[in-house]
Design a binder for this molecule. Structure first.
Ligand code: CP
Ligand code: NVA
Length: 321
């Protein structure tokens, strides 16, 4: 029989849901990292950790990594995940989000949701008595950022004092990296074309989070200036899901923000290249950078699995709230 490692009763995060990066404390992040490390080192020891638990996964947008890692993660913890395709109609169109929440809580133990409107995930959580996890909204992608800093810590051995330069669009991934990064003591530099900066209220929120954590956020319009001396260079697509109609225009506006060998050369000698993926090779990043030894993009993708298993356990192991 597979051994089950019970989680320590003390191992409790301060939140019931994972909606945005802002809600997690530094000790929550520490707990997630520690558990993820243990799960990654001995996955078999956690094979029954969520035995009999059911997870519903609502997706309004496509996904490779998030869907696979949540589904595989849930199964390998002894639970089960059901995929609810909500590309058409979107969540809340066939029936109210409140009613979706009140149905799901009768059948499953947790919900993962990828939506356009951030408010849709907030509403789900407000109306469900089971944990709700943000699997990406137009505003945040917390599971991505938590996994990314877990990966960066593996590579550099620490986070506090590091500089991560995000080059491209001030989007959902950028927002989550700013808030979680600053909280963890990282200086997050963001270089965008004028007009594509991250939301000012989220920059403010990240700077406030950084005051306790020792990190901060700095904004630039020159990618070379932003990456100078950075230990990590991060980029994401120039047109996020839902913005495809503007992809052509954005390709022109963002052309000088491509992460290529010249830009990587301006970063710290030991700098790693990061991307949440999917990547548009030849646009925001060249093949030479994606396929270089500095690229840790597939480690980031792998760690989504381990980190999300830790998140699922911390939020779902104690049953309904
Ligand atoms: N990075 C990420 O969330 O990938 P998917 O869109 O494939 O889930
Ligand atoms: N910013 C991207 C991230 C994909 C994981 C998007 O929202 O499409």
């Amino acid at each position: 029989m597979t051994p089950v490692v019970a989680m320590d009763q003390q191992e409790q995060v301060s939140v019931r849901d994972l909606i945005s990066d802002a809600e997690l404390t530094r000790s929550d992040l520490k707990l997630i990292f520690e558990l993820a490390e243990r799960v990654k080192a001995s996955p078999a020891a956690y094979a029954g950790a969520l035995a009999g638990k059911q997870l519903a996964m609502i997706f309004e947008k496509p996904s490779l990594r998030t869907r696979t890692t949540f589904e595989v993660g849930m199964t390998s913890l002894g639970g089960f995940a059901v995929y609810l395709e909500h590309v058409k109609p979107r969540l809340g169109e066939r029936e109210s989000i409140k009613d979706v929440a009140r149905n799901l809580e009768r059948w499953v133990d947790g919900v993962v949701a990828r939506t356009f409107a951030h408010q849709a995930v907030v509403e789900l959580a407000q109306n469900a008595s089971i944990p709700v996890i943000n699997a990406l909204t137009d505003l945040f992608h917390p599971c991505q950022a938590i996994s990314d800093f877990f990966t960066l810590k593996e590579k550099h051995g620490r986070l506090r004092g590091l500089t991560l330069a995000f080059v491209g669009d001030g989007n959902n991934v950028c927002h989550s990296l700013m808030v979680t990064g600053a909280k963890l003591g990282v200086t997050v530099r963001v270089a965008t074309p004028a007009g594509f900066e991250p939301k000012s209220e989220i920059v403010k929120e990240a700077r406030a989070a950084g005051r306790a954590g020792g990190g901060t956020v700095q904004l630039f319009h020159d990618p070379l200036e932003a990456v100078a001396g950075a230990q990590a260079v991060y980029t994401d697509v120039w047109a996020s899901m839902g913005q495809e109609f503007a992809a052509h225009l954005r390709a022109q506006v963002f052309a000088s923000f491509q992460v290529n060998d010249a830009l990587m050369a301006a970063a710290d000698r030991g700098a790693v290249f990061m991307h949440c993926l999917p990547a548009h090779r030849g646009q925001e990043v060249t093949d030479s950078v994606m396929d270089s030894s500095r690229s840790i993009v597939y480690d980031q993708a792998e760690n989504r699995l381990h980190v999300q298993k830790a998140i699922l356990m911390l939020l779902m192991q104690n049953g309904h709230r």
